[in-house]
Design a protein around this ligand. Sequence first.
Ligand code: ADP
Length: 199
Amino acid sequence: MLRIGLTGGIGSGKSTICHIFHEFGIPIIDSDVIARELVEPGRPALQQIVTLFGEQVLQQDGSLNRAKMRELVFSNEQHREQLESLLHPLIRLEMQQQISTLDSPYVILAIPLLFEKGWQQLLDRVVVVDCSEEQQRERSGLRDGSSTQTIEQIIASQISRDKRLAAADDIIDNSGSLESLRTQIYTLHQRYLAMAANN
Ligand code: ADP
């Protein structure tokens, strides 16, 4: 089974694109979903996070206060590294376990920080979603109401657009309409099916 990594900056359109691949019948493994599940109440990773950052990262019901956590890690490099070295090995393990249960010509692994984590070696190919930083700001602000400052910090913490594009095997241009997006994904889907058949 071909493993296709999908990445792109915040608000570039990764989730939207995953939905479309999924409609074409392709399984999606999303590292963000795995990361969220890993820190659900009762999971050991959540307890380790509290040990690192204190009770301030919990909401009253005992679940992770994601907004607070974001604030902490995006304003402090050391906090970010601590959180990542705790979660990354667990996420990789879970992704590999999920891959092993699948039966499909190819799988999409949506990994927002693919290059930052250096996870290329887990993959056969990497597809990068691209749009302008202006569109990233606009779209992520509309979507989740994060403050402009938080979005700026996240964009600044991610690999630059140029570097991401330079490292891509394939590029999805999401600077246009959703219709154009769908057409590009259909073309890629056909290409990946052909690659998987030749594999
Ligand atoms: P990501 O998962 O990369 O953070 P999303 O797929 O959630 O990005 O997209 C961010 C927001 O932009 C969503 O509200 C989505 O509906 C919207 N969006 C994505 N692509 C387009 C597009 N081509 N035109 C208009 N809105 C878009």
